[in-house]
Design a binder for this molecule. Structure first.
Ligand SMILES: *Cc1c(COP(=O)(O)O)cnc(C)c1O
Length: 467
């Protein structure tokens, strides 16, 4: 086989990748360049005659350090962003190399089987009903879409309405019950599904961001007809879990569908120490989570899980005369996801789970939580710094001098300083710094150096004010 067109370019890409990874631990964690600088480096008229591929790779790679954030750095604590575990990155390279359209079995028995096995492993790891349907999607957003499409199908079917055939015009109204603290992607999924957001019933949350069960009971008593409840395992700010067992009992009492946004929280189930947070989660009807967050596979990979696999399939499946779909036990991905043609996202999941094993995933989760705790403890020692949440998982909320302005200035100062990167939020009307520890490589030293950098920036700001 002539490797000619490929080999030089792949060697070059590999060298650039190695250099990027080598510099990752020491580089400024945030992006240093903005749109203007990137445009001036990269914009040109679309060439009439193409350029040499190697030169194009060099051009892109040369901008990578200033134009990217080091999201996969062990000191990146923004949003909820996982790193890329080494074998996950390597498996992802294979996925691109194989260039499989992973939509149907007939194109790629390997990918179909790998995804079938990865799906089983995940159900096992999360201890969810083993007969559930599983789909590998782009992220938790599309996992919500997939799960809530199944929910829509089921609750309307129960009300005597075939939503796939009839659409929503004239359908019974579906009650949507969500936490006041639900993630915005729940609203977006409702919009995509034609369910709308105006009539969302938002249930008050407690001080940690957990849905209040008393308020849920009150609201449910006032509702009639098909109902979907969305609970949350892992609040994006505090990491808190809704009282899932109690919510499941309410859902059961009213015959409502229970969906759980567990983008990162579902991974607590892999940990003996943290699993109890998600007690009762197995009683839900559907679960949305991410692999690109806590499992640390490269972007993008989310996972949609639906207890009743026939309902999952009914909401997603597509058929056409030219498609050679499997009739038997073989898995066609198009039955479980909104995509038709798609990337073999399950392959890095398989590789990572097999490499880490149960112990490895548990270690990853426990380590991140310990580092979050460590940073919270270190910061809390400093006069003027307050931790706003109970640090139950991997998320920490920090406030400085009990002042919005100071807190925001510290965040910007830390981003500029470059030892680590983190962002801000508004929690109960107060500005707060968010720390999310979601990277396999974050060490005690990383946590210590980052906390020290945050304290340094805070002291400098304070010193400046007192002069
Ligand atoms: C990140 C996140 C989402 C959205 O996930 P994507 O993978 O970005 O689509 C939804 N819910 C929660 C709680 C999250 O943390």
């Amino acid at each position: 086989m002539a490797l000619d067109p490929f080999e030089p370019l792949l060697d070059q890409a590999r060298a650039h990748a190695a250099e990027y990874l080598r510099r990752l631990p020491d580089r400024h964690v945030g992006a240093l360049a903005g749109r203007d600088e990137m445009l001036s480096a990269l914009r040109a008229p679309l060439p009439q005659q193409g350029e040499e591929g190697g030169a194009v790779l060099d051009l892109l790679a040369a901008q990578a350090e200033r134009g990217t954030s080091a999201c996969n750095s062990s000191r990146y604590f923004g949003f909820v962003i996982g790193g890329a575990y080494p074998v996950a990155l390597a498996a992802d390279w294979l996925v691109s190399t194989w260039d499989q359209n992973a939509g149907i079995y007939v194109i790629s028995p390997l990918v179909s089987v790998v995804e079938e096995i990865a799906a089983d492993w995940l159900l096992d790891l999360f201890d969810l009903p083993r007969e559930s349907g599983v789909g590998f999607v782009t992220g938790c957003q599309m996992a919500h879409f997939t799960c809530l499409a199944a929910a829509r199908h089921a609750v309307l079917h129960h009300a005597g309405w075939d939503v796939e055939a009839e659409g929503l015009c004239g359908a019974p109204r579906v009650n949507l019950v969500v936490s006041a603290e639900s993630h915005i992607t729940i609203d977006v999924a409702m919009r995509y599904l034609g369910l709308g957001t105006r009539s969302l019933h938002r249930i008050e949350a407690d001080a940690q961001g957990r849905m209040r069960i008393d308020r849920l009971r009150e609201r449910m008593a006032s509702l009639d007809g098909p109902t979907i409840i969305c609970a949350q395992a892992g609040n994006v700010n505090t990491g808190a879990f809704d009282p899932l067992r109690e919510i499941a009992a309410v859902a059961d009492e009213y015959g409502a569908w229970l969906h759980v946004d567990s983008a990162f929280g579902l991974w607590a189930r892999a940990s003996g120490r943290h699993g109890a947070l998600a007690d009762g989660i197995e009683l839900a009807d559907s679960w949305a989570t991410d692999a690109h967050k806590w499992l640390n596979v490269p972007y993008d990979c989310g996972i949609a899980i639906v207890r009743q696999r026939e309902v999952h399939r009914a909401a997603m499946t597509s058929t056409a005369a030219y498609l050679i779909q499997s009739q038997g036990v073989e898995r066609d991905a198009v039955d479980w996801v909104p995509d038709f043609s798609r990337r073999a996202r399950g392959v890095p999941v398989y590789a990572t789970l097999r490499t880490l094993g149960r112990d490895g995933v548990e270690g990853l989760v426990d380590r991140c939580c310990a580092r979050a705790r460590q940073m919270a403890d270190l910061l809390a020692c400093e006069d003027g710094i307050r931790i706003l949440n109970d640090v139950v998982l991997n998320q920490v909320l920090v406030r400085f001098d009990d002042d919005d302005d100071i807190t925001r200035q510290v965040i910007v100062g830390v981003q500029r300083e470059g030892t680590c990167w983190l962002g801000g939020t508004v929690w109960h009307g107060m500005a707060a710094m968010r720390i999310s520890v979601s990277n396999w490589a974050t060490s005690e030293d990383d946590a210590e150096a980052s906390a020290a950098a945050i304290v340094r920036v805070f002291r400098t700001l304070r010193g400046g004010r007192h002069v």
